[in-house]
Design a protein around this ligand. Structure first.
Ligand SMILES: Cc1cc2nc3c(=O)[nH]c(=O)nc-3n(C[C@H](O)[C@H](O)[C@H](O)COP(=O)(O)OP(=O)(O)OC[C@H]3O[C@@H](n4cnc5c(N)ncnc54)[C@H](O)[C@@H]3O)c2cc1C
Ligand SMILES: NC(=O)c1ccc[n+]([C@@H]2O[C@H](COP(=O)([O-])OP(=O)(O)OC[C@H]3O[C@@H](n4cnc5c(N)ncnc54)[C@H](OP(=O)(O)O)[C@@H]3O)[C@@H](O)[C@H]2O)c1
Length: 363
């Protein structure tokens, strides 16, 4: 619940000389107040930007409602299968989802589980590639975010899907090196066996509230958990979950030819225009008005005020997944937004994290 205070505001404007009025300011309760704080923000009025400074006197905000942590939710299973005894599924489908002229290849694949790998949206599985490493030992597992909802792409809770980028790079000696597991996965043919461990992870579990605002920030294959969320929200029917909030996806990719699952997202928008928004940041084709490369945080900056207002609500949940580098970029824009309200972003983020409203899985 927000704390609302009335504040006397004076507007130093040539058009409205020394205007004074009562304003109602809504303050998110997660901001820690001492007994009194200086609350400051800019608003615009008739073309003038007005700085509002108000001496707000308030007792400490009411204690935050205790939420049931998603991490303690019943029925979330972790580590059912370990590397020594993995589940062996079969590849049912494997298809390249980036165009031929895209920089790099990303594949979408579906494995059979016969319902034996019970996962939730937002979890990951481990995969152990066939073959041996340089020391003659079995390969170590690699983690992959699950890209399907718990019902799976075929709607029968018998499959799990992944979205995998083929790793290929040139090393210091000029040799082309292929990543072990991503190449194993992208080359899998239908009918082939695949060793699966897990499921693992609780950070990216969805909020239970069907009326929540869910902001999803993805770079590249970081889209995987969000495809899983969005299928549950917009392509499925559940007796205990009917999404009626706002899902807002920001997806960053290098080129139009590397956009992932765009057709699905377009269908979702048609189905639920009031409940779903999607914005793309196509880094090697788009720039902002200053000519800067369009990264996901650059796109977010265009909606800065709207995003910041959303972040003040108790039922807004942000999820970030993909490249590690994106976290700093997003922190930078949040820092400048929060500063406008005189709020220290890092402290604010700590509180959001505590209430499971800021969820990050980057690598
Ligand atoms: C929680 C989690 C979820 C993940 N989800 C996904 C997912 O959904 N989809 C996905 O595609 N990946 C995902 N990953 C990454 C995935 O686990 C693997 O790391 C990735 O597929 C590469 O594994 P590999 O076996 O192909 O490469 P490896 O054989 O393990 O080689 C990777 C190593 O190569 C080296 N290397 C890589 N690039 C370069 C370079 N440019 N120059 C020099 N050296 C380099 C680095 O040492 C790196 O550690 C996730 C990771 C985590 C932790
Ligand atoms: N759960 C997880 O932890 C998880 C799940 C899935 C994937 N991942 C990881 O996510 C990464 C996704 O890589 P990908 O190869 O699939 O992506 P990709 O196709 O290369 O797309 C990544 C996009 O992010 C941009 N980018 C680069 N640096 C950035 C920065 N500092 N801030 C914001 N955007 C930036 C890239 O722009 P330019 O290339 O034009 O610079 C590109 O547009 C991989 O490292 C994968 O391992 C992690």
């Amino acid at each position: 619940m927000a704390v609302t205070v009335n504040a006397a505001v004076s507007l130093p404007s040539s058009k409205s000389p020394s205007l004074s009025f009562k304003s109602s300011i809504s303050i998110p309760e997660r901001i820690n107040f001492n007994k009194s704080v200086l609350y400051s923000r800019n608003v615009s009025s008739g073309g003038n930007v007005i700085s509002i400074k108000a001496q707000v006197t308030t007792e400490a905000p009411a204690a935050k409602k205790e939420k049931i942590s998603k991490k303690n939710e019943e029925g979330v299973i972790v580590n059912k299968y370990k590397p020594k005894e993995p589940y062996v599924g079969k590849c049912l489908l494997n298809t390249k989802i980036t165009a031929d002229d895209a920089p790099g290849e990303t594949w979408h694949m579906v494995f059979s589980t016969e319902g034996e790998v019970p996962y939730r949206e937002g979890q990951s599985i481990g995969v152990i590639a066939d073959g041996l490493d340089k020391k003659g030992k079995p390969h170590k597992l690699r983690l992959y975010s699950i890209a399907s909802s718990a019902l799976g792409d075929f709607g029968n809770s018998q499959t799990v899907s992944l979205c995998v980028k083929r790793l290929v790079y040139t090393n210091e000696q000029g040799e082309i090196v292929k990543g072990v597991c991503s190449n194993f996965l992208c080359d899998l043919k239908p009918g082939a066996d695949v060793k699966i461990t897990g499921p693992v992870g609780k950070e990216m579990l969805m909020p239970k509230d069907p009326n929540a605002t869910i902001i999803m920030l993805a770079t590249g294959t970081g889209i995987a958990p969000f495809r899983s969320f969005l299928w549950k929200m917009f392509f499925e029917k559940h007796d205990d979950y009917k999404f009626n909030g706002l899902a807002w996806l920001f997806l960053g990719v290098p080129t139009t030819s590397s956009l992932l699952y765009k057709d699905e997202f377009e269908k979702m928008k048609e189905k639920a225009p009031e409940n779903f928004r999607v914005d793309y940041a196509i880094s090697r084709e788009q720039t902002n008005e200053k000519g800067e490369k369009m990264y996901i945080q650059t796109r977010m900056a265009q909606y800065a005020e709207e995003l910041w207002q959303m972040l003040k609500k108790d039922n807004t949940f942000v999820y970030m997944c993909g490249l590690k580098g994106m976290e700093k970029g997003i922190d930078d824009i949040m820092t400048s937004l929060a500063a406008r309200d005189g709020i220290d972003w890092l402290e604010y983020k700590r509180q959001l994290k505590r209430s499971e409203q800021w969820n990050v899985e980057v690598y």
